[in-house]
Ligand binder design. Structure first.
Ligand code: CA2
Length: 323
């Protein structure tokens, strides 16, 4: 499935309306959106024409859509706040920022990188206009959305308030690009055998092929890659700890340590770098003992069973999260 993310066009106001009406009918809508289906459905054509016109061009608002085979499968809108204005909490705006609102991905497309791509487009637009950060408000009980925003690099600002949908918290993410443009690529035990043994499970591509695929994907986004492969857990842990000094994230295929190593998990969470977990084979379709991963709930990105090409996808998705 190829997905493109782009800004809407003014003439697409009917599609803007239809996607919004689908969003406010979602089961999560009561804790996600400020308006109900009844309120949105009551607007006439002029309302949607104005909204689409206002967010299709100019510097005050932009609506982005994710499109797959012509279908709109997700959306996010950025409302810019600039000095001199008062924001929706009544605070004077001291440095320009983008407020992200109206985030929605159709249920069947969730968990496939769409929200990351939408936020990347939103961040690029706001950063190019000189904004220092992205902010958003999320319902205090909407754990799913909060988790997704955290994985996208957002953190709580400390502002809590009660709005029309109940208790909400503000989260923010810096748009300043301070992180080094380098990733650490870690391949664990036995991955040096890739392509040499067991081609029925792992294919015929070698570790060198996987590393080249990762390097090329990173280069396309302006990043470099430092690669390490080791059969020794401690060597991998040392490399991960050192990455804190000069890397913005880690892409790791932990090999068999995936299913056994608390120490590797601790190293990855300890360095506070976002990381992608990648497996060449589909670990969910093999022996029972491979189904559990000590990294599954702390990885920012997971790519499983896409062969060595999965390294490109893991790199691209991870870079999309790096400010
Ligand atoms: O599918 C993956 O990428 C794995 O992380 C590879 C590990 C395995 O233990 C994981 O469950 C899934 C194994 C690394 C490669 O081991 C080989 C052994 C013999 C021949 C070729 C590769």
């Amino acid at each position: 499935m190829s997905v493109t993310v782009r800004r809407i066009r003014a003439k697409e106001w009917e599609r803007v309306r239809d996607l919004r009406l689908d969003a406010v009918r979602d089961p999560a809508a009561p804790v996600a959106f400020l308006h109900t289906y009844e309120e949105e459905a009551a607007h006439g054509d002029a309302f949607w024409q104005d909204r689409a016109a206002g967010s299709s061009q100019g510097e005050s608002a932009a609506q982005f859509v994710a499109e797959s085979d012509g279908e709109w499968i997700g959306t996010a809108t950025v409302l810019r706040r600039v000095p001199g204005q008062t924001d929706h909490h009544g605070r004077a705006v001291s440095s320009s920022r983008g407020d992200v609102v109206g985030v929605f991905v159709r249920e069947e497309h969730r968990g496939s990188g769409i929200v990351e791509a939408l936020f990347e487009a939103a961040a690029t637009w706001a950063r190019d206009l000189g904004d220092a950060r992205l902010t958003l408000d999320v319902h205090a009980d909407n754990d799913r959305a909060q988790g997704a925003y955290r994985r996208l690099g957002f953190a709580e600002t400390g502002l809590r308030f009660t709005g029309s949908i109940g208790p909400e918290i503000e989260m923010a993410r810096s748009l300043e690009s301070a992180a080094p443009r380098r990733l650490l690529l870690v391949n664990g035990p036995n991955l040096n055998l890739l392509g040499i043994r067991d081609p029925a499970v792992y294919g015929t591509d070698t570790l060198a092929d996987a590393e080249r695929i990762a390097v090329d994907a990173a280069a396309a986004a302006g990043f470099e890659v430092r690669s390490i492969q080791s059969n020794h857990e401690g060597v991998l842990i040392d490399a991960i700890q050192e990455a804190r000094e000069d890397c913005a994230g880690v892409v790791i295929n932990p090999g068999g340590l995936t299913h056994t190593s608390v120490a590797l998990r601790d190293a990855l969470t300890g360095v506070s770098l976002p990381f992608a977990e990648i497996h060449v084979s589909d670990i969910n379709a093999r022996e029972e003992f491979r189904r559990f991963s000590y990294l599954h709930d702390v990885a920012a990105v997971r790519v499983v069973g896409e062969g060595v090409n999965g390294y490109a996808s893991a790199v691209a998705q991870l870079i999309a999260l790096i400010p």
